[in-house]
Design a protein around this ligand. Structure first.
Ligand code: FBP
Length: 269
């Protein structure tokens, strides 16, 4: 089958995706009474014109219908809770067939590179990648080095290995952490070859940090970002989205994007 046109997910070869699977990965502690309602985050995805909304199956089934026309669906099809302190492994939660039925343009899979259970995940991802190819949808690998053999999960060489693994296993996108080593990250992106690199957000930090991260990621040759908490935990989610987009799509400096963020927040008051 002809592959879903990757440009349909991207904007001028760049992308900003919104993630909301943290309820499974971290638990409700990431949310407030306001943000725990999935519709709050889905509204941001549509109003912020994200390139895709990343959800687990349950939330997609129960909440996505009204948002379908506003934002493409990216289904995360494996996951785990953050409770048990065991060797990292995230079980498959949904088939590719089901993801396609639900209208997903891409499926996401976390592969804990270096985990003692890595072999199981490589096998699972290989099957998912073949099925996604058959259905003509895209794959995004969350390539997270993790487990007792990983001393430093954001060491440049370790991230480069993760990036290369994603390319060799056939992922269309690889989502990874950024480590603020810009020269080193250029190598990481080179290692990913034709697999598009997306930067993960992590815990909510300052606007300066987020915009600097976006800017350095783009300078390193990344395709964009896939973030969650830095947007929907923000008091001004649409304004911070607009600022990140300025950096990713318009090549704005972090300082210029921050200035326009502050001006738009002021204007709303
Ligand atoms: P955030 O921007 O909120 O970190 O979301 C990105 C993400 O990759 C989510 O998709 C996922 O739930 C989470 O981070 C996993 O993070 P970790 O495994 O590091 O806790």
């Amino acid at each position: 089958m002809k592959k879903h046109d990757i440009q349909g997910i991207l904007t001028n070869k760049k992308a900003l995706f919104l993630a909301m699977d943290q309820g499974l990965e971290h638990g409700p502690k990431d949310f407030t009474v306001k943000t725990i309602n999935p519709e709050y985050v889905l509204d941001i995805a549509v109003k912020g014109k994200f390139n895709g909304m990343i959800l687990q199956k349950g939330i997609a089934q129960k909440y996505f219908e009204n948002y379908r026309k506003g934002v493409p669906l990216i289904l995360k099809i494996n996951g785990k809770t953050g409770i048990a302190d065991v060797d990292p492994y995230a079980s498959q939660t949904c088939s590719v067939k089901q993801a396609v039925k639900m209208g997903a343009v891409a499926v996401g899979y976390t592969l804990y590179i270096g985990s003692p259970r890595e072999a199981e995940m490589i096998k699972e991802f290989a099957k998912i990648e073949e099925e996604a190819n058959d259905y003509g949808i895209r794959t995004i690998m969350w390539a997270y080095p993790r487990g007792r053999f990983i001393k430093n999960d954001i060491d440049t060489d370790t991230l480069a290995y993760a990036a290369r693994t994603a390319l060799e296993l056939g992922a269309d996108f690889v989502k990874m952490k950024y480590n603020f080593d810009l020269p080193g990250y250029k190598w990481v992106v080179k290692c990913a070859g034709r697999t598009h690199v997306l930067i993960a957000g992590g815990e909510k930090g300052t606007e300066e940090k987020l915009l600097t991260e976006a800017s350095e990621a783009m300078k390193a040759g990344c395709t964009g970002m896939a973030i969650g908490r830095n947007v929907w935990q923000h008091n001004n989610p649409l304004e911070i989205t607009a600022a990140v987009k300025k950096v990713i799509f318009e090549n704005a400096s972090p300082a210029a994007a921050l200035k326009s963020f502050k001006a738009s927040v002021e204007k709303r008051k």
